[in-house]
Design a protein around this ligand. Structure first.
Ligand code: AMP
Ligand code: ZN
Length: 479
């Protein structure tokens, strides 16, 4: 096998991956803030970590993966300003904050299932770890923190190399990058604990040595990663935005707690953003780009997974309905090819799939280069020197990494019905059977009438479709 190399944001280079224990690679991924549905940009972050995990498994490593759920503490600005996102959502909707957190956590997990993202070992909740967070704060308070009226703040000048991950040394001082809270010693200092203001009406509050209030956002990840993966683990992941503030702050906390320069993880990895023409896809853009909205428009969730795999995780990926439609067509082609290979059964072939497996391994081992790996699958499927049975076996092996469900997806699964469609699959099948009868009887006016009738219901009949798809529910143009 090719040795695995991964890009480490800490050194800004691609490095040979050398886990402490290959039988148990330990990975922590910063999880979603559950005040709203995860948008498909957020989901790109977990498709990335799932690909990372699948590649590790495929290459024979063991794995312990943790994804936390942020249900307290994340402010409307990453830089310790504004309101708690959870409290703001609860106030705006008039709902119980715990119910909001439970609802969006369940929705997030359902999205991951729909995308074939494998379950991590754990999904710890921040609010289940407030006791250990307070203990962590107590351990570092004297040497690394100072108290302001609104809470306990971390003094970033007390740890070595603050901001190394963000590349701040190369890009000038942090002044101006981070909003200032009155009284902070340095602009980059951040809250370990936020004390509720007199009269502030918070639904989530705990007692602490620094007053009644709630933990700062960064604290939860230092505490939970340490609790479940140890003081030093192999890989820490998050979106590229976390490279600037959240992860440098986690590192500062880890260094304060251990009293060393150890950042807490060997490799820090960051996925780039999903963007659209208006910029970074964000939750404030509303519900247009959540996974169920894609399904409502006639797209299968795994078409989105394939769209993400077609880009390298460190590249920006532009979302458009056209790109998604192209990915769905590619997925349909895979499903048709698999069906055709199955129909051909045990025919003999002269060649083995091994060279393709080696090429797949080389692409994936090069910092998870999925856009280079996917065409290897296409070439394998098309190689007539390899028997259909061997191609199918190799496909199952490859799909353990891609997670596209290629061994189980059926045509019917891909005939996703947009909410706007006026007919279901059984109805279409019945009308098409009538149309075949009409054509057999050379009753072309009747055959055309059925076709028009289906078109009026949003169903496109595709005679002679090269993929043999027969019919599709027309996807309405983007709004
Ligand atoms: P949040 O729920 O805001 O805490 O974000 C969850 C994860 O999604 C984090 O790792 C973010 O860095 C990541 N993320 C946020 N927006 C995007 C985006 N447009 N594209 C890719 N990842 C994103
Ligand atoms: Zn985190």
């Amino acid at each position: 096998m090719t040795p695995l190399t991964l890009y480490n944001s800490l050194t800004r280079t691609t490095e040979l991956f050398e886990p402490a224990d290959p039988a148990d690679v330990r990975i922590y991924s910063c999880g979603p803030t559950v005040y709203h549905y995860a948008h498909i940009g957020n989901l790109r972050a977990y498709l990335f970590t799932d690909t990372l995990g699948r590649v590790l498994t495929w290459k024979g490593y063991g794995l312990t993966h943790v994804i936390n759920i942020t249900d307290v503490g994340h402010l409307t600005s990453d830089a310790d300003a504004g309101d708690d996102k959870m409290e703001a959502a609860a106030r705006a909707s008039g709902q119980d904050i715990w119910a909001i957190a439970a609802h969006y956590t369940a929705a997030f997990k359902a999205n991951l299932k729909d995308l074939n993202v494998r379950d991590p070992a754990r999904f710890p909740l921040a609010t289940d770890h407030v006791g250990p967070m307070i203990a962590f704060g107590e351990a570092i308070a004297e040497r690394h923190c100072y108290q302001l009226a609104d809470g306990l703040y971390f003094d970033t000048s007390t740890v070595p190399d603050y901001g190394r991950l963000a590349g701040l040394r190369d890009e000038g001082p942090v002044e101006g990058r981070i909003e200032t809270v009155a009284g902070k010693r340095h602009p980059a200092d951040f809250a370990i604990w936020r004390t509720s203001a007199p009269g502030e009406n918070r639904q989530m509050e705990w007692d602490s040595p620094w007053g009644r209030g709630a933990p700062g956002w960064h604290l939860e990840c230092s505490v939970m990663s340490r609790q479940y993966l140890g003081a030093h683990f192999d890989i820490h992941t998050g979106g590229i935005d976390h490279r600037e503030i959240h992860h440098p702050n986690e590192i500062a906390q880890n260094q304060a707690f251990s009293g060393t320069a150890d950042t807490g993880a060997t490799v820090w990895m960051h996925n780039n953003f999903l963007v659209n023409r208006t910029g970074k896809v964000s939750k404030s853009a509303g519900d247009a780009l959540i996974l169920p909205a894609l399904v409502e428009r006639g797209f299968h969730p795994l078409a989105y997974r394939l769209m993400c795999l077609q880009a390298h995780y460190r590249s920006e990926l532009e979302f458009s309905w056209e790109n998604l439609a192209a990915a769905q067509t590619r997925l349909k082609r895979y499903v048709q090819t698999v069906a055709a290979l199955r129909a051909r059964g045990e025919a003999k072939g002269a060649a083995a799939a091994t060279p393709y497996r080696e090429r797949l391994d080389a692409a994936l081992s090069d910092d998870l280069n999925t856009p280079r790996a996917l065409p290897v699958l296409d070439e394998l499927l098309a190689d007539k020197r390899i028997s259909p049975a061997d191609r199918l076996a190799a496909l199952a092996d490859f799909d353990a990494v891609f997670g596209l469900g290629l061994t189980t997806l059926a045509r019917e699964d891909l005939r996703v019905r947009p909410a706007s469609a006026g007919i279901d699959a059984a109805g279409v099948a019945a009308r098409l059977a009538e149309r075949r009868e009409a054509r057999a009887a050379k009753d072309f006016p009747r055959s055309d009438a059925i076709r028009d009738e289906l078109a009026a219901l949003g169903v496109e009949v595709m005679d002679g479709d090269p993929l043999g798809w027969d019919w599709a529910i027309a996807i309405p143009p983007a709004a």
